[in-house]
Design a protein around this ligand. Structure first.
Ligand SMILES: [Zn+2]
Length: 288
């Protein structure tokens, strides 16, 4: 699998949502905050695969959306699983649940891991909007236990505590992420968008220890950071934990690949970030 390219962070929705998103804008506040603008692009599985072919992306990990209602999570999961079955080996599905749904959330995850192909993770979750840090935190303990038993990776959105605002920035800041990682040290976790900056604290031994099972994706990095971040991550010895992600269709996938290839990275680090780290995390066959 030399030169494999894996995009760990893309979003797809069913054709009827792309055609008319208005019903979903009315049903979900988070969705409305991110997709109210007609300029916020929505892509289907077909759009994604066409984009992958143009961009030279071998595999995309399709992330779900952190819907407030368990029903909308389920509807979304149906589409992600169905898309993955239509494009086996090209689309790897992650699913979402509403932790507050309790047993119904666990039953839904059970269904998702029985898909063909099965869901490989839970994401893109937003723990701060989904009960983590509040009294009902125990719901997350159940999710973590289930995911541990079934080898499900967690991908969560992450928010910079400083800098400009943007739709969907949210409140999953490094302080809260650090608490999360301490509570669930064994759960393989991907922090989206460079973890809101948490990896830059990896020079603190306790933070490095808490991040032992943690990866970060670089989804939408050009909107947040200058290319100097790559030298910083390399200096901290974390390149083996960095995953390419575009946040397609927010970012054009071809442009995202091109920007990463142009970033100041050693060739081995580039290959690792573009795909090898993801292959290892997902446990995909190597050497084919
Ligand atoms: Zn995100």
């Amino acid at each position: 699998m030399d030169g494999i390219v894996v995009d760990f962070h893309v979003h797809i929705f069913p054709p009827h949502v792309k055609a008319d998103r208005s019903a979903y804008l009315a049903r979900d506040l988070l969705f409305r905050s991110m997709y109210e603008s007609p300029r916020a692009r929505i892509a289907t599985a077909e759009d994604l695969v066409a984009s992958m072919d143009r961009a030279g992306v071998d595999i995309s990990v399709a992330q779900g959306f952190a819907w407030t209602s368990q029903d909308l999570c389920r509807e979304s999961n149906d589409y992600l699983l169905e898309a993955a079955s239509r494009y086996p080996g090209r689309i790897v599905p992650f699913c979402t649940v509403q932790p507050a749904a309790g047993d119904a959330a666990l039953r839904e995850l059970e269904r998702c891991v029985q898909g063909a192909p099965p869901a490989r993770g839970l994401g893109e979750m937003r723990p701060e909007l989904q009960g983590f840090g509040r009294e009902d935190c125990g719901l997350w303990d159940d999710l973590a236990r289930f995911c541990g038993q079934h080898g499900l990776i967690l991908l969560m959105h992450a928010s910079e505590p400083v800098g400009h605002g943007y739709p969907g920035k949210g409140g999953m800041k490094p302080t809260l992420i650090y608490q999360f990682l301490q509570r669930f040290p064994a759960w393989p976790t991907v922090l989206a968008h460079l973890g809101g900056g948490l990896p830059f604290y990896a020079a603190m031994p306790e933070v490095r220890a808490a991040m032992a099972q943690t990866y970060v994706d670089i989804a939408a990095w050009p909107l947040l950071y200058r290319p100097e971040i790559f030298a910083a991550l390399a200096a901290l010895g974390t390149m083996g934990r960095v995953l390419f992600g575009s946040d397609y269709p927010l970012q054009d996938q071809s442009l995202a690949v091109q920007r990463l290839r142009e970033a100041p990275l050693a060739p081995e680090a580039l290959a690792a970030v573009l795909g090898e780290n993801a292959v290892r995390l997902l446990g995909l066959a190597h050497g084919g």
